[in-house]
Design a binder for this molecule. Structure first.
Ligand SMILES: NC(=O)c1ccc[n+]([C@@H]2O[C@H](COP(=O)([O-])OP(=O)(O)OC[C@H]3O[C@@H](n4cnc5c(N)ncnc54)[C@H](OP(=O)(O)O)[C@@H]3O)[C@@H](O)[C@H]2O)c1
Length: 336
């Protein structure tokens, strides 16, 4: 929602009923709740993108009850620009609402040149959190993640760095991402000893990519840690977008690095069957893909991306029908 004040300045006023329909789930055994659907800013928020469109997406998210926004040091392009743009949006529209937001950042992938801008050393994480806070204009993030395991840095070094970031007041909670079950259990043990709230594991999970069912979800259950599922729509393949070909401007058409046209072509038969199942349920494929994830045990939130407010509205519509018949689940499994 937007209003004009007397001088004609456009001010964002959030939807007064924003908390009425969204569901909020507890992160593991912690005290904190996040929305069943969260917004990720990996794509569509860099300096290469249209800032006003990004601003409209964030406003739309908050109006729909989405309080959790996921960033990382390297989101853009260029690296860092999604955080900088998000900082601009926060400053312009969300200053009065900081305590209603749960903001994430991460470090772990290649960020700056030389030996200190990548992976999992204390040196890298300590510098990266300061840079992220500066770019976003924040005093603290709500959760700071180690973005991926580092095979060479001792796990203890990385976990102690996360703990110290919390102790310095730069993050309230910590998380990890892309860790295998065994490493996750080890990280959890260290963080428990350090009495640091480890509340979320961010893992790739969708109808098309079910690796987390092979041990990770069980480990998280045992450790009392939630799972936030990223790329839930398989980067757009689990939507109605590609059913009739590859549209111009879509991720598969413009960004071959992450989603190649050939990925869509290889999956198109399954996509069509799944879209038909969703249609029978009275849903879009995106909505069914999100609802399916929210039915999996220990999935705290589904972390979607969106290139327009309209996509996000459609995705949040998933909450209108979350239940599945056994027959539907069987058909989905057969096409997963
Ligand atoms: N921890 C990690 O290593 C990691 C890795 C990847 C992502 N993530 C996080 O997860 C978030 C989501 O990842 P993702 O962007 O891959 O998620 P996704 O939700 O699987 O894909 C999002 C893309 O799908 C398309 N889309 C979304 N809703 C649609 C709809 N209703 N109809 C048609 N198309 C739709 C849009 O692409 P178009 O541009 O084609 O419109 C959108 O940008 C990221 O932003 C990031 O925060 C984390």
């Amino acid at each position: 929602m937007q209003i004009n004040d007397k001088s004609g300045v456009k001010t964002y006023l959030p939807n007064a009923s924003r908390y009425n329909t969204m569901k909020y789930n507890r992160c593991g055994k912690s005290g904190v709740l996040i929305p069943a659907i969260s917004l990720g800013l990996w794509h569509n928020f860099g300096f290469v993108d249209n800032l006003q469109n990004g601003r409209d997406i964030v406003r739309c998210a908050f109006d729909l009850g989405i309080t959790h926004f996921d960033l990382a040091n390297n989101y853009g392009p260029p690296f860092g620009s999604a955080e900088e743009n998000f900082g601009t949006i926060l400053k312009k529209d969300f200053k009065p609402y900081r305590d209603e937001l749960f903001i994430a950042s991460k470090a772990g992938y290649d960020m700056w040149p030389g030996p200190y801008g990548n992976l999992g050393s204390r040196k890298y994480l300590m510098a990266s959190i300061d840079q992220s806070l500066q770019r976003m204009g924040l005093d603290y993030v709500d959760i700071f993640y180690h973005h991926r395991p580092d095979p060479d840095t001792p796990l203890e070094e990385t976990m102690v760095a996360l703990a110290d970031i919390v102790r310095q007041g730069k993050a309230l909670y910590v998380g990890i991402s892309n860790y295998e079950p065994k490493e996750t259990a080890m990280a959890s043990k260290i963080l428990k000893e350090l009495k640091v709230p480890f509340i979320l594991h961010q893992a790739r999970y969708s109808i098309f990519d079910r690796w987390v069912e092979d041990g990770l979800l069980n480990t998280l259950e045992t450790e009392g840690v939630g799972c936030i599922a990223f790329s839930p729509l398989a980067q757009g393949m689990l939507t109605n977008k590609y059913v009739n070909g590859i549209p111009e401007g879509s991720r598969a058409a413009k960004d071959q690095t992450y989603l190649a046209k050939s990925d869509v072509e290889q999956n198109i038969d399954r996509i069509k069957v799944l879209a038909a199942i969703a249609d029978k349920r009275g849903q879009k494929l995106s909505q069914m893909a999100i609802a399916w994830l929210l039915n999996q045990p220990n999935v705290t939130s589904v972390l979607v991306g969106a290139s327009s407010p309209k996509q996000l509205e459609e995705n949040v519509g998933a909450l209108a029908k979350l239940e599945f018949s056994d027959e539907e689940l069987k058909l989905i499994r057969a096409n997963s």
